[in-house]
Design a protein around this ligand. Structure first.
Ligand SMILES: O=C(O)C(=O)C[C@H](O)[C@H](O)COP(=O)(O)O
Length: 214
């Protein structure tokens, strides 16, 4: 099965930057300029959430026009979305949580997958199914850095991208942990800046996020 090589690809993608901007796009027309801005600032990995009707167009536009970006599809909730996002050009898939049926479908995905979990049992189930890089969501609400520190003892082979309630101030405390590969967050692309198309503000936030270390 292709999962092992997918894991290697995903690991390399997740190591590109300390922060994955989690972006909700209302108008796909901003997506190419936004991706160029994030890449220039040092955040080439971009998660576009499938929460709006513009999301697939945004993924496809970025995949075609900004090859330096690694565009991921977030908020994948159903197996039927796997083919759609892969066809749009997504480089990997992110889920907020991963019921077993969805995990089974994700195992067959043609692109890498970072499934979401928020409990030790969910993490163990996903590990059993072959997934080694997991999104820990909602991170802050589910135990934050303390949870990650605790699970590193019993589950040292799992790596996490905590997301949910993380901001510029709390990100370094996650990034310093041995089982955190990067963090995700929306603070780089605030709704107001996205609405106004304020790419200068986004570039400042992104450059600052790109410089974060543990
Ligand atoms: O849509 C998804 O698939 C998600 O998992 C949710 C996002 O990752 C969070 O909404 C992050 O939001 P913040 O807490 O503002 O950083």
């Amino acid at each position: 099965m292709a999962l092992v090589s997918h894991t290697d690809v995903l690991r390399d993608q997740l190591r590109l930057a300390p922060v994955i901007p989690v972006v909700t796009v209302d108008d796909a027309r901003i997506s190419i300029d936004l991706a160029h801005t994030l890449v220039r600032a040092g955040l080439p990995v971009i998660e576009i959430t499938l929460r709006t009707s513009a999301a697939l167009d945004a993924i496809s536009a970025i995949a075609k026009a900004v090859p330096e970006a690694v565009v991921a599809a977030g908020t994948v909730l159903a197996g039927s979305q796997i083919r759609e996002v892969a066809d749009a050009g997504a480089k990997f898939i992110v889920t907020p949580g991963t019921p077993v049926k969805l995990a089974e479908d994700l195992r067959e995905a043609p692109i890498p997958v970072m499934p979401g979990c928020s409990t030790v049992s969910e993490a163990m189930t996903l590990a059993d199914m072959g997934f080694s890089y997991l999104k820990f969501f909602p991170a802050a609400a589910s135990g934050g850095a303390a949870w990650l520190k605790s699970v590193n003892g019993p589950l040292p082979n799992l790596m996490f991208c905590p997301t949910g309630g993380i901001d510029r101030t709390s990100a370094p405390s996650y990034l310093s942990l041995p089982n955190v590969v990067c963090v995700g967050g929306t603070w780089i692309t605030p709704a107001e800046a996205m609405k106004k198309g304020d790419l200068a503000a986004i570039e400042r936030l992104a450059a600052d996020a790109a410089s974060l270390q543990g």
